[in-house]
Design a protein around this ligand. Structure first.
Ligand code: DOR
Ligand code: ZN
Length: 347
């Protein structure tokens, strides 16, 4: 008997689409299954102002395949020069749904991010007042802190003090990777949410480092020990409202991944829903997949759920995904979960 599952059309609450040829190549992979996505602003140069976000939104809409219905939810990149009045206006017009905090130096194109939080105080206060969420890349950047500890240290030394200093600020802990992240998100009340990626539910640090270095599994925050992966799986499949899908699908051409200094990012847009159905089935939680992919995110962002549905079907035989997608910027390797995928999204 074929098993199937109908879900509200999902959203991706953390997505990198890039620009130009890469945007054109990767956008159809997301638009095929997802109704909306929170679009990361770490372009070169970054999307800092409302005008820049409007222009980027237009480029995304122009790159959509014909007939696709997909809504990009725009995000401003927070810098120490960000103007609170511009943030307020971009939010009031309906254009901007969040502001992204990159600690300077934390990840790809984050050098324009925040060094001294006192310099963004007025912006944060404005955001708390108008209810505009701050999406946080939660890692400290100090070299003395081990890369596997950077998320837990960030929560204690930066995030918690920042939230206490800014009552009412709505925060999304992006791509949590640790049991500390899971625990902190759970206790934060209705103004704190956390996204979890597809790949962090599937890989731990052994996948990157054991038996030869696997650059396509390298991302930031880096995958941690197995106990953290298990905590993430428990959180994602719990149905609890504070956890929702943000794939952090982050395309880089193979030449820059398979490199002496390889870029961080896993490209999961193509097979995310199939991977998630597999994970949720393994956890005996298929009935909670919809909460994670389609309900909890809109509730946090105070948006309606999508109108349409998608249908997932489980096949006897495994379904092969393309190993790469070929963009005009170059080939991009699709995330390999390391197990056969039996679930597909019906066309
Ligand atoms: O793995 C990642 N890739 N993590 C990030 O934080 C940024 C992203 C990118 O833009 O490539
Ligand atoms: Zn990201």
């Amino acid at each position: 008997m074929t098993q199937s599952l109908t879900l509200r059309r999902p959203d991706d609450w953390h997505l990198h689409l890039r620009d130009g040829a890469m945007l054109k190549g990767v956008l159809p992979e997301t638009a095929r299954h997802f109704g909306r996505a929170i679009i990361m602003p770490n372009l070169v140069p970054p999307v800092v102002t409302g005008d820049q976000a409007a222009a980027y939104r237009d480029r995304i809409l122009a790159a959509l395949p014909e007939g696709a219905s997909f809504e990009p939810l725009m995000v401003l990149y927070l810098t120490e020069g960000t103007d609170p009045a511009d943030v307020r206006a971009a939010h009031a017009s309906g254009l901007v749904k969040a502001v992204k905090l990159y600690p300077a130096g934390a990840t790809t194109n984050s050098h324009g991010g925040v060094r001294n939080f006192e310099n963004v105080r007025a912006v944060l206060d404005t955001m708390a007042e108008i209810g505009l969420p701050l999406c946080v890349h939660g890692e400290v950047t100090t070299h003395e802190v081990d890369i596997f500890d950077r998320e837990a240290v960030f929560i204690d030394t930066v995030l918690d003090p920042l939230r206490r200093a800014t009552p009412g600020l709505r925060v999304v802990m992006e791509h949590i990777t640790t049991e500390e992240g899971v625990a902190y998100a759970r206790t934060g009340g209705p103004d704190l949410g956390a996204t979890i990626t597809t790949h962090h539910l599937i890989i731990n640090r052994n996948h990157i480092l054991a038996g030869g270095i696997k650059p396509h599994y390298y991302c930031l925050p880096v995958a941690k020990r197995e106990k953290h992966r298990l905590a993430l799986r428990k959180a994602a499949t719990s149905g609890e409202g504070c956890y929702f899908l943000g794939t952090d699908s982050a395309p880089h051409v193979d030449a820059l991944k398979e490199h002496a200094c390889g870029c961080a990012g896993c490209f999961t847009a193509t097979n995310t829903m199939s991977c998630l159905a597999h994970v949720f089935e393994e956890e005996g939680a298929l009935d909670r997949l919809e909460a994670f992919t389609s309900l909890n995110g809109p509730a946090f962002y105070r948006l309606p759920v999508n109108e349409g549905t998608i249908r997932l079907v489980k096949h006897e035989a495994p379904h092969a995904f393309p190993e790469k997608i070929y963009t005009e910027a170059g080939p991009v390797t699709v995330f390999n979960p390391g197990f056969p995928l039996h679930w597909t999204v019906e066309a």
